[in-house]
Design a protein. Structure first.
Length: 481
């Protein structure tokens, strides 16, 4: 498609060159050919065509002005100057004919008609600037009315977010009292109304996102003193909270680009979203630090460069999710399932992945200093020389403050590995002394295999069976099961 556009621009350029060489017919045909080219463009590239269509709707006043100026220029080049000269010549001829004896009545009448027509053309051409001014004034009035309507819609939607309903509560003694509770029907309707506004108005999109994030923070605030960070999930978000989260997660790529252009980040810090459904949601660069996300469903999500520091994501389902360069420092991923996900360049230092299953993930350049993998099942992950297990090997850019110097090494006590290549990493024998694996585990060159590891090439189920047996032999009170 890029080649096609380049061809069209090149053709128009050569058209101008030919016009300079007095081939005016080509310039006359260029608008027709340009319209045909646009039609082909919309047919061959419908997605790009929709973007162009949206651009035209947003900037149609400027386009009308440009078209008007272009038409006026065409008229001046091809007609107006000739018409002005023709009017003067015809007036002279009219005077000459009128001075003859006897006067040529028919010729005088024809010349008079011709002069009148030419003057009419000139008058019509002179109205073009006034028509353009009228379009501009109409656009200003329409835009003002539209903005006022959007403001009213936002005001009504925000008012609906606080809707309550009266309910009767019967006490243990049989007495009834009246109370209030959130009117979820009205609140959910208001959330969808805000979503429609965000879709229709780029100008108000970020403000709508701020409103929805503030609504979630207000109505689902996580009280860190009420429950320990490692506690298992026990409830789901209220219906209106889940709806708001879904609306935020499914905003379009054009809206996300708008947010990035204005350096806006979703602020969902310290929220309680236990067992929330966030699959297929785009939460790139969002702030989830200190939030309770235990038990969330995060399959096929995008949290690239998101801040999840000290977040509780225990027992979460994380499948085919993008955590590229995300901040997961001191996060809790206990008992979570993390499969075929991208964790390249992510910071997992001092995070807790005990009892988790990590399968098919990309951990190139990931910082695992101080992370805990006790009793974890680690299967077919991808590593490289930049994957960090000790503070001493951390990339310099990670050393932001003096506290980083006290980060301990990653621990893999009683973890099991299968089909992993650690040959390019800087993992030490101490990291693997209390782990289990079979012959599919590739160690760095020169490192001896722990004595308790199997020397056979086993199937995955066989590895797990032998792993459970080894745990019992070690008198370990816990097991993955």
């Amino acid at each position: 498609m890029t080649d096609f556009l380049f061809w069209v621009i090149q053709w128009l350029f050569y058209g101008v060159i030919y016009w300079v060489a007095n081939f005016k017919a080509i310039l006359l045909l260029s608008p027709v050919l340009g319209i045909a080219g646009l039609w082909l463009f919309f047919r061959l590239a419908p997605k790009t065509g929709r973007k162009v269509s949206g651009f035209i709707k947003t900037n149609y006043v400027e386009l009308v002005w440009s078209l008007g100026v272009l038409l006026f220029a065409y008229a001046c080049i091809f007609y107006l100057w000739d018409i002005i000269r023709s009017v003067a010549s015809m007036v002279d001829l009219l005077r000459a004919e009128a001075g003859k004896e006897p006067p040529a009545t028919e010729d005088i009448r024809n010349l008079a008609y011709a002069v009148a027509v030419l003057l009419g053309v000139l008058v019509a051409a002179s109205t073009i600037p006034f028509g353009l001014i009228k379009v501009w004034m109409s656009e200003r009035s329409t835009n003002a009315a539209e903005q006022g309507l959007i403001t009213d819609r936002i005001t009504k939607a925000v008012a609906g977010l606080g809707a309550d309903k009266t309910v009767k509560v019967t006490g243990s003694d049989g007495t009834s009292t009246e109370g209030t509770e959130p009117n979820l029907v009205v609140r959910i309707g208001s959330i969808y109304a805000l979503e429609r506004i965000a879709q229709d108005s780029d100008r108000d999109h970020i403000q709508v996102m701020e409103i929805l994030c503030a609504y979630i923070r207000t109505n689902a605030l996580w009280d860190t003193t009420a429950q320990k960070a490692k506690d298992a999930p026990d409830e789901r978000p209220r219906g209106d909270i889940q709806t708001a989260l879904s609306v935020i997660g499914r905003r379009g790529a054009d809206k996300i680009n708008l947010e990035r252009a204005q350096n806006y980040q979703l602020d969902l810090r310290s929220v309680d979203l236990r067992r929330a459904r966030m699959s297929n949601g785009n939460f790139a660069e969002a702030k989830f630090s200190n939030s309770n996300l235990a038990g969330i469903l995060l399959d096929e999500g995008n949290l690239e460069r998101a801040n999840l520091a000290k977040a509780n994501m225990s027992h979460a389902s994380i499948i085919d999710t993008n955590f590229d360069h995300a901040n997961l420092i001191e996060s809790h991923l206990i008992g979570s399932t993390i499969a075929i996900s991208n964790l390249r360049g992510a910071r997992l230092d001092q995070s807790d992945l005990s009892y988790s299953t990590i399968s098919g993930c990309k951990l190139q350049g990931t910082n695992l200093a101080g992370a805990t993998f006790s009793f974890a099942r680690v299967i077919q992950i991808e590593l490289d020389s930049l994957t960090t297990f000790d503070r001493g090997y951390c990339i310099k850019s990670f050393a932001n403050n003096a506290e980083d110097e006290n980060i301990p090494s990653a621990t893999f006590d009683f973890a099991v590995f299968y089909n992993i290549n650690f040959s390019q990493t800087k993992i030490s024998k101490a990291h693997l002394s209390k782990t289990f694996a079979d012959s599919s585990f590739i160690l760095p060159e020169g490192m001896a295999r722990p004595k308790n590891w199997s020397v056979e090439d086993l199937e995955l189920t066989e590895v797990f069976d032998m792993y459970e047996t080894w745990l019992k032999m070690e008198n370990t009170p816990q097991s993955f099961a």
